[in-house]
Design a protein around this ligand. Structure first.
Ligand code: PLP
Length: 399
């Protein structure tokens, strides 16, 4: 192997790469790579070049950043496929890019999509505003009424979309009956697994066909890049890649490099976030100014038993409802000194946001309350700080 620093990293064949025989914590660090040879870089080099030299007289081997086939894309896509237990993965410019390109690949004018009502606000807007304009009809099903899934199926239905755990309510969906229905009716089951990360849940093990992540969140984990991931079969991922190339949703090499770097600590980060969030959720249930705590690790959570059965960890996301309702949130947000008032989630810094002003701002207060987000609802993304410091910060802000 050449030690020339100008050379691109070797694209090893799957037979030589570190693959599914090692544990997920090991995959996060070494997955998809060969063991570095003497003189080779230990870390995947950043190849910040849009274009790569062509071979003469053939259409083969065109490497271009928008095609997601350049060295930093290939390296991180292998690792992500291994972490999800998928045949292939594709990294796109954002989580929304991952969802939109997946739907463009699956649906044609005249087709019908069934979606859970409990989904990220941006996804909901894509389904409500953009898909109908493309001639796709959409039926929203409340997971509280599970018999509606089957009733919603029509001869034009092509896919079912769901998100679990749900942003921001932390509800957990039982995928098993939905994946059985999808199989029976020949529908693609697409799952946004952003909140869980592959450390806590792997939808493909429960009958999903496609897994989507906002890699902006746990996968990168440091609040410094925007990216999305699609995992599934080689053929499915290739169809999404075709859409990504045309709709221009490819990520930049530096974002891919940072994502690979962030992934190395995914297992330790998520394990610690699971523990921190559990501790903070338990503390929050005892506080007089907090009316309700939403965390799947609490026995009072409506899906606690299901979460115990389905998830390997309850996650780093929790929500609280202030006893003082919507009027009580400004004072608390202004007094916090460690927990930062910002959108997004899943990083090393703890964040707090108010969905009525962020992800769910486009809905009326009544519509939000109907899906479990009343005014006074604060979403917390628990980071890697010492949990006692986070509890002290919340306690002083609630005084
Ligand atoms: C943030 C988020 C998205 C969108 O991801 P971006 O990277 O911001 O485009 C999609 N789904 C869920 C559950 C999210 O939290």
């Amino acid at each position: 192997m050449s030690a020339d620093p100008r050379s691109t990293p070797a694209l090893s064949t799957p037979a030589e790469t570190i693959g599914p025989h090692v544990a997920r914590a090991t995959l996060a660090i070494h997955g998809g790579r060969t063991h570095p040879a003497i003189g080779e870089a230990v870390v995947s080099p950043l190849v910040q070049s849009v274009n790569h030299v062509l071979s003469v007289g053939t259409t083969d081997g065109v490497l271009y950043t928008r095609y997601a086939n350049t060295p930093n894309a290939v390296a991180v896509q292998r690792k992500l496929a291994l972490l999800e237990g998928a045949e292939a993965s594709l990294v796109l410019a954002s989580g929304m890019g991952a969802t939109t390109c997946t739907m463009l690949a699956l649906l044609r004018p005249g087709d019908h999509l069934i979606t859970s009502e409990w989904i990220y606000g941006g996804t909901r807007r894509f389904f409500e505003q953009e898909l109908p304009a493309l001639g796709v009809t959409v039926t929203e099903v409340s997971p509280d009424a599970p018999r509606q899934w089957r009733r919603a199926v029509t001869p034009a239905t092509r896919a079912i979309f769901l998100e679990s755990p749900v942003n921001p309510t932390t509800r957990v969906l039982d995928m098993r009956p939905i994946s059985a229905l999808a199989r029976e009716a020949g529908l693609a089951l697409v799952v946004d697994s952003t909140f869980a990360s592959p450390i806590n849940f792997r939808p493909l093990e429960h009958g999903a066909d496609v897994v989507i992540h906002s890699a902006t969140k746990y996968l990168n984990g440091h609040h410094d890049i925007l990216a999305g991931v699609v995992c599934g079969s080689e053929s499915m991922v290739d169809e999404v890649r075709q859409k990504m190339m045309i709709w221009g949703q490819a990520p930049d090499p530096f974002a891919l490099w940072l994502l690979e770097r962030g992934l190395k600590t995914l297992d330790v980060r998520v394990q610690r976030q699971n523990r921190n969030a559990q501790q903070i959720a338990e503390w929050a249930t005892t506080h007089p100014r907090i009316a309700r705590v939403h965390y799947p690790g609490l026995p009072t959570h409506p899906d606690h038993a299901l979460a115990r059965e389905m998830l390997d960890g309850f996650g780093g996301m929790l929500a609280i409802e202030l006893a003082g309702g919507g009027d009580a949130t400004p004072a608390v947000l202004e007094r916090l000194r460690l927990i930062t008032h910002a959108p997004s989630l899943g990083g090393v810094d703890s964040l707090v946001s108010e969905p009525r002003y962020t992800s769910h701002a486009h809905m009326t207060p009544d519509a939000r309350a109907a899906i479990g987000i009343p005014d006074g609802f604060l979403r917390l993304s628990i980071g890697l700080e010492d949990p006692a410091d986070l509890i002290a910060d919340l306690a002083q802000a609630l005084e």
